[in-house]
Design a protein around this ligand. Sequence first.
Ligand SMILES: Cc1ncc(COP(=O)(O)O)c(C=O)c1O
Length: 393
Amino acid sequence: MTTDRIYLDYSASTPVDGRVLEAMLPYFQQHFGNPSSIHRFGQRAEGAVESSREQMAAALNCQPHEIVFTSCGSESDNLALRGAALAARQQRGANHILISPVEHHAVARTAEQLAEVFGFEVERLPVDEYGRVSPQEVARRLRPDTAVVSIIHANNEIGTLNPIAEIGALCRQRGIPLHTDAVQSGAHFPLDVAALNVDLLSLGAHKFYGPKGVGALYVREGTPLLPTQTGGSQELGRRAGTQNVPYIVGMATAFALVQQEHAERAAHERALRDRIIGRVLEEIPAARLTGHPEERLPNHASFVFRGVDGNQLLILLDAAGFACSSGSACKTGNPEPSEVLTAIGLPRAWALGSLRVTVGKDTRPEEVERFLDALPELVEKARLHNGEHGESP
Ligand SMILES: Cc1ncc(COP(=O)(O)O)c(C=O)c1O
C-alpha cells in the first residue's frame, strides 16, 4: 500500500498501536505457556490473563470475574444473546427477545437463528429518524417472559448513541437482563457498566487500536448465561478454549490507553468529523447526514447521496486513494439498501447511496481536506454512472 493512501475507515478497523504490540510480543515466544497448566510456564501465562482481566474490569468499573474473554466482538454478541436467551428459557420458561432494528448483524442474525431454530419470539423496537430507541417503547414491550433485551450502544453505520442507562434502569426494575453491543462506543468513551445499568456488554479490540481476533463480554454477577462454546472450564466455565494470551494482553493494554487518552482523541476527532459534515452538506447537492447530529460517535460522519450507488462511490474513492465504507464492513458488495438505513425511513434511492467516513486518533487535518476536495466530483461521477435513477426524496 502506498503511503499517500488516506484511510478514513476507523470504524471498520484500526491499526495496532505500537505500545500495544510491544506489550503483546513477549507472550508469543517467551511466555508461551498454556494458562491452564500447573507449571511455571502456565502460571506466567495465567498471570498475564488475570492481570489483563483486572485491567479490563478496572476500566469498566466491574469485578474481574465478570469479564469473559472471547475471540471478537461478534462472539461476545453471540454469547450474550444466545447464552442469556437459552438460560432464561431453562430457568424461567422465557421465550421473548426484544432487540432494536439497528443492531449489527452479530446480534440481528443471532436473534433470527434463535427465532428460526430455537422458536423464540423476536420483537423489534421502533426507532426514530436518527436510529434511536426510546426507553418508553422498551418499557411498553417488556413482558414477564422477556428473556433478554439487546440494544446497540453506538450504531456502526450511522454513529447514533442510544440512551442505554435509561433503558437499563427500566429493564432492571423488571428483572430482565439488558445486553448492549458497545463494540463501537468502547473505542471512544469510558464505559462504566454500573452507570449504564447493563447486565451484558460486548467489546472488540480491533476497534480501539488493539489486535483483531479478541474481544470481551462483561457479564454482571448473577446474570444467567449458558455457555455457547463448551469444553474446558476456562473463563469460569462460560467460554471453553485456551485463552489467546498475547491478544488478551494487547486488548487490555489498548483499552487502558482508551481510558487515558479518550478526551484528547475525541477532541481531535470531533473537530475533523465536524469539518467533514459541514463541508459535505454545504458543497454536495442532494446530500443528507444520517444518524443523530449531536448524539453520535466523535469520529463518525455518515451520509446518503440521492441517486448514487454507494459501492460505485467506494470504488471511485479507492481508485483516488481514499478508503471509506458504505456502512458496516461486512455489507460491502451487498446491493440491497442496508437494514439500518431502511429502519430510519430512508427511501431506496437515498439509502443505496450511503457513505461512512470515520477518522482516527492519528488522522491529520490535511488528509481530511484532500478527501473533501476530491469528494464532490466523485459523488457526481457516481451519480452519472447510476443514471440518476433517483425517485424524489
Ligand atoms: C457494532 C458492532 N458490533 C459488532 C461488530 C463485530 O465485531 P468483530 O469484528 O470484533 O467481530 C462490529 C464490527 O464491525 C460492530 O461495529
